[in-house]
Design a protein around this ligand. Structure first.
Ligand SMILES: [Zn+2]
Length: 49
């Protein structure tokens, strides 16, 4: 239920898909992109999901 479509930061090697992820929520707007970016899933999102 906290799931949404994936997003990622151009500065990080991982993507996020959980709205409760602190790291995912702290991405600066200018670095934010939608999609996985072909990256691995963030460990916090993995734990939350
Ligand atoms: Zn995350």
């Amino acid at each position: 239920m906290a799931k949404k479509s994936p997003w990622h930061s151009v500065k990080a090697p991982v993507y996020h898909d959980d709205t409760n992820c602190n790291t995912g929520n702290n991405i600066e707007r200018e670095n934010l992109r939608s999609g996985t970016g072909g990256k691995a899933k963030c460990s916090e999102c993995k734990r939350l999901g």
